[in-house]
Design a protein. Structure first.
Length: 568
């Protein structure tokens, strides 16, 4: 502690690069401070520090760390308290560039596995980014002293040292409840559960906060189930959606897409008070949409699209600018390749000609002139042959009544089970469209990414960098992820960028494994070594990474414009 103070006094007023001399570890009264990386310029990416708090100083109960889920939830709550304390800190260090910045990777509404706070056997480790103070490009030692000896201790005092055991216990209890709900879902073959009283609408399209005064969810009696979960005085009731084909129907602005959006976010767990904390979906559910203009490389979409003009091969379909129908077919096939077990589809973001072709259109356009086999003719094969369920928002075509196991109608944000009525309509108004058959199998798309797919080189250096939520810069190219709708946190995007670097550094693609095996291996590394295995800085400071799902990692690889692929 005194050593750091003396160093700051010695370098005060010197060139900014003299800050490099403070790298190292320092003992404070209640914590250890490790300065792992020092920025080379006040305007450059901020410096990286760790605050290590022994459990002997701030006890963390052993039972909070034993289960992985409990550990994640406890660390998540601590990260939130640190972020709140930073936001409330009134004493800011002054100077040029990023001087005085203190940042932690703040969690959103979802609870994700992160590197911001880690609980090991001996201590709680908090990873922070800081801007070392400067005047111009000269060290401001007094402001730096204020940052290390006033601001950071104040933040810790108002976060980890003030958060009560009761608060942390509630987070652990929520973890237990989510585990219990998932176990019941698996036991009962449910692909989704929406609790009574859940608040599904959000403030706006750009806000993930709940909408005040929104209509609470109320399950239809035909779908209502009861789950006994721990730490709760009474059982939890709500709507269960079983495996199979489920339609969500209703008029415009009655909540169809709002329900589906809650379900697509339900692959992640939410904090208490979010409104969706008891909305859970099959963790292997993937949102499917049309994605005009996306890159496609050697994907077998022949089950959906064949005999394209000019003889283009749809068993190894490639394009730099996919249409609505070819992109949606590609997204379905790639999701299956990555081991999806549920597909989530909204007609509003779908290509109409991919979803349906009615009897009148079939009568007008001869079958040999139409290369698309619509999704309606494949949805039952997905269910019966591949055990893949579908939840589909559909407001414009009743033809899907023929294939649905269940039909839920949203009316003023309230769900009603109208399956019997839909089945009666099918009997009274039979569809005369011709069904198209064809092969559909899990192994239709098994691809191997070749070693030269990853082109990270930019000039003399390798470059791969996340820019916000939906863009990764790799070498001289960009990877566009704006339509990957279940990528929900920029820290996940950072992790994916670092996974690309890892794949390149470790020459993983030279092993010529199918994509599915690469995804399995990545998940194994995360499970066994943690996200810090991909950290850009020294492994002791893993920075601000959050765990992405295998499907979003695959989505990134599939959108690389330099990809070189062979079919297995």
């Amino acid at each position: 502690m005194k050593k750091l103070q003396q160093l700051l006094k010695n370098i005060d007023g010197k060139s900014y690069k003299a800050y490099k001399s403070i790298q190292g570890s320092y003992s404070f009264q209640h914590f250890q401070l490790a300065i792992d990386y020092v920025q080379g310029d006040p305007f450059a990416a901020p410096s990286k520090i760790r605050v290590v708090i022994p459990h002997s100083i701030r006890p963390i109960k052993e039972e909070w760390k034993q289960l992985k889920e409990r550990n994640i939830y406890t660390a998540d709550h601590i990260a939130r308290t640190v972020a709140d304390a930073i936001q409330k800190e009134t004493s800011f260090a002054k100077g040029s560039g990023k001087s005085g910045l203190i940042h932690i990777d703040k969690p959103g509404q979802e609870i994700l596995e992160r590197t911001a706070v880690q609980l090991n056997n001996k201590a709680t480790v908090i990873c922070l980014s800081i801007g070392l103070p400067a005047n111009g490009r000269r060290i401001n030692g007094k402001e730096a002293e204020k940052l290390f000896f006033t601001m950071i201790p104040s933040i810790l005092k108002n976060s980890i040292f003030s958060v009560s055991d009761d608060e942390l216990e509630k987070s652990v209890q929520l973890a237990d409840q989510h585990i219990a709900i998932r176990e019941e879902m698996k036991k009962q073959d449910w692909i989704a559960f929406v609790a009574d009283g859940a608040i599904l609408p959000r403030k706006s399209g750009v806000s993930n906060q709940l909408l005040p005064k929104a209509v609470p969810f109320e399950s239809p009696k035909e779908n209502r189930v009861t789950i006994d979960i721990p730490h709760r005085n009474q059982p939890l009731t709500g709507m269960a959606i079983k495996k199979g084909i489920s339609l969500i129907v209703g008029g415009g602005y009655h909540g169809k897409s709002t329900l589906l959006q809650a379900l697509e976010r339900g692959v992640y767990h939410h904090i208490q008070g979010d409104g969706r904390e008891y909305v859970l979906t099959d963790p292997n559910a993937v949102k499917i949409r049309a994605e005009d203009g996306r890159q496609v490389t050697s994907v077998n979409i022949s089950a959906f699209i064949n005999d394209l003009p000019h003889g283009q091969d749809t068993k190894k379909f490639s394009t730099e600018n996919a249409s609505g129908s070819t992109s949606q077919a590609t997204n379905v096939v790639e999701a299956i390749e990555a081991s999806a077990s549920t597909l989530l589809i909204d007609e509003d973001t779908s290509a109409t000609n991919f979803m349906i072709r009615d009897a009148r259109m079939q009568a007008l356009v001869a079958p040999d002139k139409e290369p698309i086999t619509p999704f309606i003719d494949k949805i039952k094969q997905l269910r019966d042959h591949l055990n893949i369920s579908t939840i589909l928002v559909m407001g414009g075509s009743g033809d899907y009544f023929d294939v649905a196991n269940e039909v839920i109608m949203m009316d003023q944000y309230k769900p009603f089970n109208v399956t019997e009525k839909a089945q009666q309509i099918v009997k009274n108004q039979p569809v005369t469209r011709e069904k198209i058959t064809g092969e559909l199998q899990h192994t239709m798309n098994q691809r191997i990414f070749l070693a030269n797919s990853l082109q990270l080189q930019k000039g003399k250096k390798k470059k791969v960098q996340a820019k916000g939520l939906d863009l990764i810069l790799m070498g001289n190219h960009s990877i566009q992820l704006q339509d990957v709708e279940q990528l929900i946190d920029s820290s996940q995007t950072r992790a994916i960028a670092e996974i690309l670097r890892y794949l390149d550094d470790k020459s993983v693609l030279k092993q010529a494994k199918p994509l599915t095996e690469i995804l399995d291996d990545i998940e194994t590394v995360i499970d066994q070594e943690g996200l810090q295995a991909f950290a850009p800085f020294p492994k002791q400071h893993p920075g601000d990474l959050a765990r992405p799902r295998r499907f979003e990692i695959a989505a990134c690889l599939n959108r690389i414009r330099t990809a070189k692929i062979k079919q297995k």
